[in-house]
Ligand binder design. Structure first.
Ligand code: NAP
Length: 247
């Protein structure tokens, strides 16, 4: 099946690690030009070098409008446009509800929700005049279930990403731009390394497929949503969780 991604330009935030890195690799595997954008720009640049001449690493703090605009400007200067955005930058926390302070709340919501908003808004300024584009956001099973191991700020931020994606879909759809969201369950990335063993085992025990997912399994669905294959998939949120939650 032709994904139509050859020579398309994709920005992947959180592209230096985990799901974002797998998305960048999978998009590059479809011959897209990829910007791996991350707070950790040294890793982003190193990973981009591994991918070859059609990938660059870039520094971004998705909570900062100026930094996000600079990322989009750099991409347009390099390759002339942006065809797809995948918003993987995120932070996790597991603080008990009664111990979350306002700073922590703002930090988690700031990266996961405000960051998704700012990045999408900046990219849409390039996509809208062209009347085409693909937005793929990363929410979480935590946003659906209230967080199995995750804290309330994380769960709320991810539920917000689902609603935000639907709002983007309503706004951008009439301009030929699709917006969709994936809800990963437990995926084997650096983000879950800090999970206590018992939480990990409990989760695996409750998962019909009996294991955690890999970042490549999330990336495969993201590539479909970023491609011509998903031309009529719009405003959707797609679970990738091994059956841990079925709704
Ligand atoms: P990860 O390996 O920790 O990757 C997240 C990346 O985002 C890191 O490289 C991190 O950089 C970067 N980042 C953090 N704050 C940023 C900011 N302000 N601006 C730019 N980049 C920033 O985690 P992951 O598991 O791949 O997570 C990717 C996405 O999937 C996240 O949105 C996460 O919430 C979501 N997700 C993950 C799972 C899972 O089980 N792993 C499940 C559901 C959803 P630093 O390392 O320098 O902070």
């Amino acid at each position: 099946m032709d994904t139509g991604l050859t020579d398309k330009v994709a920005i992947v935030t959180g592209g230096a690690s985990g799901i974002g890195l797998s998305c960048a690799r999978a998009l590059a595997g479809e011959n897209a030009r990829v910007v791996l954008a991350d707070l950790d720009h040294e890793s982003a640049e190193r990973e981009a070098l591994e991918l070859g001449t059609d990938a660059i690493g870039a520094s971004v703090d998705v909570t900062d409008p100026g930094s996000v605009q600079a990322l989009v400007d750099t991409t347009v200067e390099r390759w002339g446009t942006v065809d797809a955005l995948v918003t993987c930058a995120g932070v996790f926390h597991a603080t008990p509800f009664d111990e979350i302070d306002a700073l922590e709340w703002d930090r988690v919501l700031g990266v996961n929700l405000r960051g998704t908003f700012l990045t999408t808004q900046a990219v849409l300024r390039v996509m809208l005049p062209r009347g085409q584009g693909r937005i793929v956001t990363i929410a979480s099973l935590a946003g659906q279930a209230g967080g199995l191991a995750a804290g309330a700020a994380y769960a709320a931020s991810k539920a917000g990403v689902v609603a935000l994606t639907k709002s983007i879909a309503r706004f951008a759809g009439p301009h030929g731009i699709t917006a969709n969201c994936v809800n990963p369950g437990v995926i084997d990335t650096p983000m879950i390394q800090a999970w206590p063993d018992d939480a990990r085992e409990r989760t695996i025990g409750a998962t019909p497929l009996g294991r955690v997912g890999s970042p490549e399994e999330v990336a495969a669905m993201v590539v479909v949503l970023a491609s011509d294959v998903a031309s009529f998939v719009h405003g959707a949120h797609i679970d990738i969780n091994g059956g841990l939650l079925m709704d």
